[in-house]
Design a protein. Sequence first.
Length: 574
Amino acid sequence: MERLIREKLALTDQGAKDLTKASLLCFLSYLTTMAPVMLVMVLLEQLLHEASPKSSGFYIAMSVAILVLMYVVLSVEYDALYNATYKESENLRIEIARNLSELPLSYFSKHDLSDLAQTIMADVTAIEHALSHAIAKIIGFAGFFVVMAVMLLAGNIKLGLAVLVPVIAAIIVMVLSKKMQINNQTKYYHKLRENSELFQQTIELQQEIKSFGLTKAVTDHLYEEMNKSEKIHIDAEFKVAGLVTLAGLIVYLSLALVLVVGMKLYLAGEVSLLYFLGYLLAAFKIKDGVDGITMFIAELFYIDAMIQRIKEIKETKVQTGEVTDLTEFDVDLKHVSFGYDADSPVLKDISFTAHKNQVTALVGKSGCGKTSILRLVSRLYDYDSGSIKISDKDIKEIATESLFDKISIVFQDVTLFNASIMENIRIGKLSATDEEVMRVAQLAHCAEFIEKLPDGYDTIIGENGASLSGGERQRLSIARAFLKDAPIILLDEIAASLDVENEKAIQESLNTLTKGKTVIIISHRLKSIQNVDQIVVIDEGLVEASGTHEELLEKSPVYQQLITSAKLAEGFHY
């Protein structure tokens, strides 16, 4: 049962175990709430048969015993339903986060980040509520209903059917509406996700929206989309409310049927008044339970889209490989092909080797696939065909933690955390001392602007370094690479946000950093890479030529065109 619950509800192993326990306790809770009814039946039997009733002490003792039993069962049930559920919410969020951390970057390029954030927070919260209020109750009531059905049918099949048939009909109505309810709730779920992404985009693009006078147009569009989502929500809620109401009305028939059938059987002498009253009480008890269960079933259908979303994350293929102690750091690409989607190949047949103790530069027109090569080498994405080998081992066979440990990456798009300068640099090496962080900050020419900040290295820089300039953010990312000091270094347009003075200073520092290492660099400033050991010219996803600057000037038309274009750009005046 635990395995079925885990698979159907996308829970953790502990969560499935706790839900199974909670369901059993709910079943016992339903049974114990029948104890007062049974005690009343015993008293009625005494009174109706005019036998001398048991002493009041007996009923007082039984009442106390029942109250104690109910208190114990309900207390344990409460702990299983709520305390364990909140723990499962924590575990589920941690598990989702762990799954996300193991996914390749390609997954995040195809999914909105706001959607993933909503999955971790809002979806788990909704599932948490269903776990504590609905799912265990449904499972527990199912067991209780089977026990009651057997007892009622064994006592009198006619009265038993009078109680059970309307209840079963009501449950069938809810089950048959499953597809319709899930479709409506899923439609609303996805619309909320679209709205969330729209709000995120609007917040991130405030500068563009205001500078182009789009505030009213964007605001009107947001209201329009919110109105659409509300219409979908209202439609879904009305349909659910209608079904729950219909199921409730059908359940009421059980009371009427028991009255009619019971009176007829009593008058015919087929059942005693006690039996008649007992079945009537049972009908009331089951009706109360079903009234809640129909709402719980609706909630279970409501969270279906959220469960499927979490399942999709858990079932997404992760990057695998063996933990490997890499000792040689030549990077060898052979016939590598890759596309961000199946219909649009970016790299078609890339082959070259970046050697240790050398700097290899990738050049080519924008969009030719240079940055994609760095992403593949660092295994942020996995290539489609061919091979990339380090230490004569295909990187797809190397565990990502082993690979990442040996690679430092500085891309054009710098990502910083809303933390201090010190902690943002320390990401390069979490065990680094403050002195080590300050040393690499000096090497990356960060110290000069850090010292001007209000709290120096303890200054909180805002979300993604919002309080810093583009050049300052870039220098922090370079400081991280200095701190990590990995044997393979990948640099993608690191000077794009730097002024000439800082670029020259950092270039000198990089010359120290890259000694004895395998370096692959991308730069549109061709002058800065003319003295590297190897230049690889990429054109439309292919290696057009490779060699030194002088060799390429003789044999590569694409490189010649790039040099000509660079000279024209340098001579341009506003």
